[in-house]
Design a protein around this ligand. Structure first.
Ligand code: BGC
Length: 447
């Protein structure tokens, strides 16, 4: 086969992503730290411990990110470090975050900062966390502090990571702290409170930093009825997909709460986003009428499934989810995309096939501006502890030694060449050669 290359635009952002609790270590004032201490909460009772040791030395992984040729990184701030007690702000913690952000700028890595990524200060939990309306003022005040102390180093912001995942895991599945406390009624209060927190943070940032780009990171899952299902099942799967994937975004776009019923107006919410962050991992089937689990983790024959039955590798779903975001009419960043794959069996093909879908979206003029691979380095995977490894860099948790995975070397080649090439495919995923480079028009393929 002749040499072929799928080029990305010159200003495309090539990134990686992490979250504070998952990499920093010793986040002792966080609800997740307390949760880990309880028997049976985390798979095999794993502890986050030093995590990936970022609080002491984020710089070594940032050096690796530079070598990889990336120019962007998404990270989050740990609220419980910045405000360990209500109204008590920790100057040393803020100074360390300044150092980390500055370290990125020094390496020409543009930071995208998430204010809330699943973990809460313990004191907030005592006040009812997101199921209580008091959270909105607290979140606004925390945001104002971050804007004031760190804002000059942050060009891109995410207010809240995956709000619907948070609500589901925290209140309904109970696998996040504080384990189902509040249940459905907590969840129904948390949704509007999360929307109000988002709006408050958006305006707090924009007032002081009008040039800042502020968005949301939305987990989008392909939710489908199984092949051959009845029309009713397909309709039900469609409704569930709207609820999980679109309800939050419709609310933010139109300034109204759509769930459970009615269209209550939420002040200052309409249009409060400058870009959309798309976190994409997998597709799930919906069992309707529910036989066993409503959301099934059983796959059709032939599916490629990642470690721990996490999910099916389904690259075209990324393209479908990009299309699902077009009605919201803003630039799109792929703020997370990755695969748990300790032995690195799947990650190289995963990266190539998913980036192929991003490239295809761009070739249709869809406004996809960047890609942040989850994750730069192996990190603490919430309730699944250390059992699932998403890193381009492999971490030995005991010794803190690192090794660039083979798929990390592929990502390095992609970032340096700003393209997918047939040589990369030949080297890292030969069976994909035909699939990835077949049928492109001559202007898109260099022979
Ligand atoms: C979360 C990450 C998590 C990743 C892999 C995303 O939903 O934002 O924190 O590690 O999925 O499961």
């Amino acid at each position: 086969m002749a040499k072929a290359q799928l080029l990305f635009p010159p200003d495309f952002l090539w990134g990686t992503a992490t979250a504070a609790f998952q990499v920093e270590g010793n986040n002792t004032n966080s609800d997740w730290w307390a949760w880990e201490q309880e028997d049976g909460r985390i798979l095999h009772n794993h502890k986050s411990g030093l995590a990936s040791n970022w609080w002491a030395d984020a710089e070594q992984d940032l050096d690796a990110a530079t070598e990889m040729g990336t120019n962007a990184h998404r990270l989050s701030l740990e609220w419980s470090r910045i405000e360990p007690e209500p109204s008590v702000f920790d100057a040393a913690a803020i100074a360390r975050y300044r150092e980390i952000l500055q370290a990125m700028h020094d390496r020409d890595i543009e930071p995208m900062v998430t204010l809330h990524h699943f973990s809460n200060p313990l004191w907030l939990v005592e006040k009812g966390d997101f199921s209580s309306q008091v959270v909105v003022d607290y979140f606004q005040r925390y945001t104002a502090k971050v804007v004031d102390k760190l804002g000059d180093l942050i060009p891109k912001w995410i207010t809240i990571n995956e709000p619907m995942v948070y609500v589901f895991m925290r209140y309904l599945a109970g696998v996040f702290p504080a384990g189902k406390q509040g249940g459905w009624s907590g969840a129904l209060r948390a949704i509007p409170n999360l929307l109000c927190c988002h709006a408050a943070a958006y305006h707090t940032i924009k007032e002081k930093l009008p040039e800042a780009q502020v968005g949301v990171a939305k987990n989008m899952v392909v939710l489908q009825a199984r092949p051959g299902s009845s029309a009713l099942s397909r309709w039900g799967a469609g409704r569930l997909s709207w609820l999980f994937n679109n309800m939050w975004l419709d609310s933010v776009m139109n300034g109204r709460l759509y769930f459970p019923v009615g269209r209550r107006k939420i002040p200052n919410l309409a249009g409060s986003y400058d870009f959309l962050g798309l976190n994409y991992y997998t597709r799930f089937y919906v069992n309707l009428p529910p036989v066993g689990d409503l959301i099934s983790q059983e796959w059709e024959p032939g599916a490629v499934v990642s470690d721990g039955n996490y999910g099916e590798v389904y690259p075209i779903g990324l393209f479908q989810m990009i299309e699902a975001l077009l009605p919201y009419k803003k630039p799109i960043y792929i703020t997370e995309n990755g695969v748990p794959d300790k032995e690195d069996r799947l990650r190289s093909s995963f990266i190539m096939t998913h980036l192929r879908e991003v490239w295809r979206a761009i070739s249709f003029n869809y406004p996809v501006m960047g890609y942040y691979h989850w994750s730069l380095v192996d990190n603490f995977e919430w309730d699944r502890g250390w059992t699932q490894r998403f890193g381009l860099i492999e971490l030995d948790v005991e010794t803190q030694e690192r090794r660039l995975r083979r798929s990390g070397r592929l990502y390095q080649e992609i970032c340096h060449s700003r393209s997918l090439t047939s040589q990369q495919a030949q080297k890292y995923a030969p069976d994909l050669l035909q699939t990835i480079f077949r049928g492109e028009s001559p202007t898109q393929v260099v022979h």
